[in-house]
Write a protein that binds this ligand. Structure first.
Ligand code: HEM
Length: 483
């Protein structure tokens, strides 16, 4: 009897480089443990403080650099028993993995699914196939993906303005000190008003419920899902969709062209959740400006120029707001004229996210075997892109530890100190890129614009060295003095 030779699985024939047991233990200790300890879904303030104090994020980047010096382009398989985990070491591979999402690199990676099921089991991010495509499309539609200025900006910006002014008044009453708790309270009012409508402005119970479920999410499969609390959250969000308050994303969602499997209710928790890191990034961006007076002055000039353009356009009758048309909300200074994005302030928020990434781990799971130059990645493998390794890799990025907003101008990246095409991916990239990024940058830059308007602002809690910014800046401990 002749035997037909059956090829051995490709990953056995042509394995990718594999880290030793010691190197794997070092990666788990230096890279993964701090990320998990500080809370992947909601941050634990005390752990963030410890990581900041001991420079552990910097140690994680150094560990990745050592592996890349030793193994070159990878991807590098970790020696974890029973699981295939690959570390991405090469900038080209970052682009490839993100561009080839969702096939063969599915975003619905196992750990992420287990974390998010606590509050949004049917969110686009962990869905597959046609369901993912439809849910993604719904998000893109409502978040106005691809447009720097959301079509409902005319509704949102007055809210930002009102809450920022109220925050400054609160800070004045607190002895001209601006601390995280007050900032967070104001930012969450913006978030609830923008997402759910003005009547949710004071609904801190909803935020508390989200935070409880996110805290459960930190434990992924180690904690059973609190189905009652999740149902309670979803019924509150359904009520907001039913109310469809003019000027809110909920109203836009209620009108959107959603199919039966799109599960709008499961998409909204992602928005509420993801606006939290947007607040952190804004607070840190304020620290960047305060520590760089010449940038602060430049940003103020930008804000003043936009305000005067807006006034003169209104005076000459050119106003044509981008608003989705909510009646009833007074248009703010920037709400009725065509809006130009605040370039420097947007780039400042992007720099805050580059320096202190709020989604440091981009995870994918292979849906089949995938060939690389140096071997084959098995099907079902977890692929880990550790964004801070690329963002702060001082072997290649000259300004790795400095504030360099020009990095975000595609024509000036090289001049600003990073190789052209270097992966700066705080919002991911490719077909899985964050569809909320423009809305985030619009709201955060506008909030900053109002805060820096007419005050001197100094960082009171930290001493930031502009030549070497810390590997982590705790938003919880950050405090400003206003004058
Ligand atoms: C600083 C704030 C934010 C950052 C840094 C951020 C970053 C990201 C990243 C990195 C991803 C991809 C995750 C992955 O591939 O595993 C993502 C996905 C997503 N983000 Fe954001 N995000 C932010 C805020 C927001 C906000 C405010 C919204 C909504 C209002 C939003 C909506 C989404 C959605 C719907 C997805 C899933 C996209 C998909 O399934 O393809 N994000 N975000």
């Amino acid at each position: 009897m002749t035997r037909t030779a059956r090829p051995a699985p490709a990953h056995v024939q042509n394995p990718l480089p594999r880290a030793t047991a010691l190197e794997t233990a070092q990666v788990l200790r230096d890279v993964q443990a701090p990320m998990i300890a500080k809370g992947p879904i909601i941050r634990r303030p005390r752990v963030v403080g410890v990581i900041e104090r001991f420079g552990l994020e910097g140690r994680a980047v150094a560990r990745m650099q050592a592996l890349s010096d030793r193994y070159g382009s990878g991807p590098l398989m970790l020696a974890v028993p029973g699981r295939d985990i690959a570390l991405v070491l090469d900038p080209e591979h970052v682009h490839r993995v993100l561009a080839e999402t969702p096939e063969p690199f599915a975003p619905g990676e196992m750990l992420k699914r287990n974390a998010l099921k606590h509050f949004e089991p049917e969110v686009a991010l962990v869905s597959h196939g046609t369901e993912r495509a439809q849910r993604r499309r719904l998000n893109e539609q409502v978040l106005d993906d691809g447009h720097p200025v959301h079509r409902m900006a005319g509704d949102f910006l007055p809210v930002v303005e009102q809450e920022a002014v109220a925050l400054l008044e609160t800070a004045d009453r607190a002895g001209s000190v601006l601390a995280w708790d007050e900032f967070k309270a104001a930012w969450y009012r913006v978030v609830r008003r923008v997402v759910l409508g003005d009547s949710a402005a004071d609904d801190t119970e909803l935020t508390d419920l989200m935070e409880k479920l996110r805290a459960d999410g930190n434990w992924a499969f180690f904690k059973p899902v609190d189905t009652r609390a999740r149902a309670e959250l979803h019924s509150r969000l359904q009520a907001a969709l039913d109310r469809a308050e003019p000027g809110s994303l909920a109203a836009f969602m209620a009108r959107a062209d959603a199919g039966p499997d799109d599960s709008p209710i499961n998409q909204i928790p992602q928005w509420l959740f993801a606006f939290d890191p947007a607040g952190m990034a804004t607070f840190r961006a304020l620290a960047l400006l305060a520590a760089h007076p010449e940038r602060m002055a430049q940003a103020r000039r930008e804000v003043a120029a936009r305000a005067s353009e807006s006034v003169s356009e209104q005076a000459t009758g050119q106003a044509s707001g981008p608003s989705g048309g909510a009646a009833g909300r007074a248009a703010g200074s920037s709400g009725t004229a065509p809006l130009k994005p605040l370039g420097l302030l947007r780039a400042t928020v992007l720099e805050s996210l580059r320096l202190w990434a709020t989604t440091p781990m981009l995870l994918r799971q292979t849906t089949r075997e995938v060939g690389f130059d140096h071997g084959v990645l098995p099907a079902g493998a977890t692929v880990l892109i550790f964004a801070p390794f690329f963002h702060r890799d001082d072997r290649h990025v000259e300004v790795a530890h400095r504030f360099a907003p020009e990095l975000w101008d595609p024509d000036r990246t090289a001049e600003a100190g990073a190789p052209v095409g270097w992966p700066l991916v705080p919002f991911s990239a490719g077909p899985g890129i964050c569809p909320g990024r423009h809305l985030v940058l619009l709201l955060t830059s506008s909030f900053l614009a109002r805060l820096i308007g007419d005050r001197e602002i100094a960082v009171a809690s930290h001493r930031l060295d502009p030549e070497h910014l810390p590997s982590l800046l705790s938003n919880f401990a950050l405090e400003f003095r206003l004058s």
